[in-house]
Design a binder for this molecule. Structure first.
Ligand SMILES: C[S@@+](CC[C@H](N)C(=O)[O-])C[C@H]1O[C@@H](n2cnc3c(N)ncnc32)[C@H](O)[C@@H]1O
Length: 292
């Protein structure tokens, strides 16, 4: 049966399939409900330090790879949301006029400031807040030609967060977010039932983002790329210790399951234990239009 929907239907970020209404913003909330807040883990300097080491590898290769995907010039003013230790902020700062880095986690902020100081950068401003708590007028130094959020969309009210990103930008907005099951989630899912007696619930994917934006009247571009996941440990105990919070390990039984699993997964290379795989990441981007 066909329904004739009123003209404002799309604006509500909803879609209809076989008579059922899909509210993509609500779906995003449901898929994040009960999950640990994304920034929580990164308060800890131990975890932030490992992330920092990874993104610095090969002269900030990860960030430089992402920067090639952005439309920036020497005159650009950039807003990096969920900047981490500066994955994008550090390598992009010497290519543009100004960067504002928003980062809520204490550990990540500590490394971000350390990296800014070590590089002697004087065109980076740091905002130690969650994006949801940022006041565009009071906390930021906009307008920004480029607003970017890379793997940092752990925000339950994503529609409000996207609206704010769009408002903070005078030209481009770029989001980097998984498509399909990521390598690390596939690993969690393998033993989640054994650990916790229930199936692993995957987080919201880029299809939600696309549909929410579409409902906002934004028709974004999408490009897929493969992102490498690589962690290296000196021994199995280090690996177990590192993965404990990611697998929600709370007792000896669970720790033994994780240890067995990692023994099977880790590959020995040059005296190190390596976990390596690939995930599909979507680059979702749009240019603000003023001619609607
Ligand atoms: C996986 S890291 C990504 C860091 C960096 N953007 C990158 O691409 O490597 C996710 C970052 O997003 C930050 N984050 C999580 N929730 C956030 C929020 N609500 N607002 C701003 N940043 C957030 C975390 O603290 C963390 O530093």
């Amino acid at each position: 049966m066909y329904h004739i929907m009123p003209y404002w239907w799309d604006i509500n970020s909803m879609a209809e399939f076989m008579g059922n209404v899909i509210d993509w913003g609500e779906l995003w909330k449901q898929k994040t409900a009960g999950k640990k807040e994304c920034s929580m883990l990164w308060h800890d300097k131990k975890y932030a330090g490992r992330y920092d080491e990874n993104v610095k590898a090969n002269n900030w290769r990860k960030g430089r790879r992402l920067i090639r995907e952005l439309n920036v010039t020497m005159r650009s003013r950039v807003l990096d949301i969920g900047a981490g230790p500066g994955t994008l902020t550090i390598p992009i700062a010497s290519m543009v006029k100004h960067v504002t880095a928003v980062e809520p986690a204490d550990g990540m902020m500590w490394y971000l400031k350390k990296n800014i100081a070590e590089k002697g950068l004087d065109n980076v401003a740091c905002v130690h807040k969650k994006w949801e708590d940022v006041d565009i007028a009071k906390d930021l130094e906009g307008p920004y030609d480029v607003v970017v959020a890379s793997l940092s969309l752990g925000m339950p009210d994503i529609k409000a967060a996207l609206e704010k990103m769009n408002a903070a930008s005078s030209a481009y907005v770029y989001l980097f977010w998984p498509a399909g099951v990521t390598y690390w989630e596939a690993n969690y899912a393998e033993i989640w039932h054994e650990l916790h007696g229930k199936e692993f619930r995957h987080g919201p994917r880029c299809d939600c983002l696309y549909n929410i934006l579409y409902g906002m009247g934004i028709y974004p571009n999408i490009k897929m790329y493969k992102d490498e996941y690589l962690e290296s440990f000196s021994n199995i105990n280090d690996a177990v210790e590192y993965y404990r919070p990611f697998y929600n390990i709370e007792n000896y039984r669970q720790e033994a399951i994780l240890r067995d699993f990692l023994r099977k997964k880790l590959i020995r290379k040059n005296g190190r234990l390596i976990l390596k795989g690939y995930s599909n990441i979507a680059k979702i981007w749009w240019k603000k239009r003023y001619d609607y």
